[in-house]
Design a protein around this ligand. Sequence first.
Ligand SMILES: C[S@@+](CC[C@H](N)C(=O)[O-])C[C@H]1O[C@@H](n2cnc3c(N)ncnc32)[C@H](O)[C@@H]1O
Length: 509
Amino acid sequence: METTSRLARKVEFGDFQTPIGLARRVADRVADLGFAPASIVEPSCGVGNLLFAAADRFPEFQRAVGIEVQPRYLETLGERRSGRADAERITLTLANFFAHDWSVALAALPGPLLVIGNPPWVTNAQLSAGGSGNLPEKSNFQRHAGMDAITGKSNFDISEAMLLRLSRLLASRDAVLAMLCKTNVARKVLVHIWQAGTPIRDAALHRIDSAAEFGAAVDACLFTCRFGATVTDQTARVFPSLGATAPSGRIGFRDGRLLANADMHDRWGHLEGDEVYRWRSGIKHDCADVCELEGTPGAWRTAGGAAVDVEPDYIYPMLKASDLGNGRVHAPRRWMIVTQRSVGEDTSKIAAAAPRTWAYLQANAARFERRASVIYRNRPPFSMFGIGEYSFALWKVGIAGLYKKIDFKVIGPHAGKAVVLDDTGYFVPCRSQEEAELVADLLNSDAAREFYSAFAFWDAKRPITVELLRRLDLRRVAAALGKSAALEQVLTAGAIYADCNVADSLWAK
Ligand SMILES: C[S@@+](CC[C@H](N)C(=O)[O-])C[C@H]1O[C@@H](n2cnc3c(N)ncnc32)[C@H](O)[C@@H]1O
């Protein structure tokens, strides 16, 4: 078992040494590029498996340089080097990557240049929490502005900082960068390279089985790209494994955006345009234990089983993302107390309109007040967000944000009331069943699905976002499918959503 201090050091230095077999296969992939380096650099070389695998694979190299911050690894490296015939061509240096003068170091090396490595797998937030000094100087290296610089977006991988610095220095060299890193880091580095207009070619991501290789379940890859190109290729091939000979697709960069599937974008990019239907997200209340109920009309209860005696006026059947994702949209099993019909609406009128509902809300007022998000401050008590007339449209077409597939569902009324979504779902409101069915048909067409798949990264936490949904121009989809007349007909029929409370009178009060 590892001791605590050894483990802490492993975390601080993102220390997962590359197994020798993997190191050799990485060197083979570099050789596949038809590239033979005069110089090899390993910027965080550990015990040197990648450094020596590259030296073995390209024995004609003139200079090889290994940099490592942990002295104990340098000792091991020294011993390994002393047994090698090419020892005098290999320089080993004890240095911190972030303190090293890379422009001088790289300028001294003859090209072509191979920079190969497996930089630490750790984020600055993990390091800051541990009080580590293993961080780039406070340069806000991604140039985030304002809030982004102090919130989530400034949480970056140490390897990202390293790869960005190296890629800037390699921009004008005949060089190959070959790095094992998180897939997400490889994509971000590519975006920076493409944004900077740096000409590169042969960019590729070969996925690796990091659980098998490193015992860490991280989405990781070998990221390779070649600098010193005359024309730039703003796509990168993605291979399902290190051994795969054929790519599974290409990511790319167009109009300042990263594409998950460049081929789908080439085919369907022209469907991007106006948002014909406005996409909405479901209702946000951050109070599921009070607002979300189970049971049947008149016999509602909390998820914990406590009976809830409220009038039906403010209660709506609801669907969660899991219901949408699993296709359980026809008979919602949950209900939501919705306190407002528009954002900021006065809630005190509930007291007269539905006294038992008001009493239930009052009894749980402390729970509402504990809601952490600032959006609820200085708002009427029991406020919600993502509320408007659209929330109460009897017909909707919805999709789950958290699910990893493009599958739009028609959502119709239940028990005579509009079905509402929670804030993990997105929808467009429709005025009739016919309209909802047409919209769902268009959105579920191959053209629309392939359009969305051009942008959706399925390994993201929330692959489907409202920004993504808004990009598709439904009129263009309809035109591509020969359904323009049908769409125009539903768009011009009826201006308002059917009222949601048609069945209230059917419910016992
Ligand atoms: C994921 S391990 C990989 C080691 C080696 N590249 C390999 O592939 O086997 C990361 C290495 O980076 C080293 N490292 C961490 N922070 C560093 C820094 N600031 N400068 C140089 N090396 C660093 C660690 O000590 C560790 O050996």
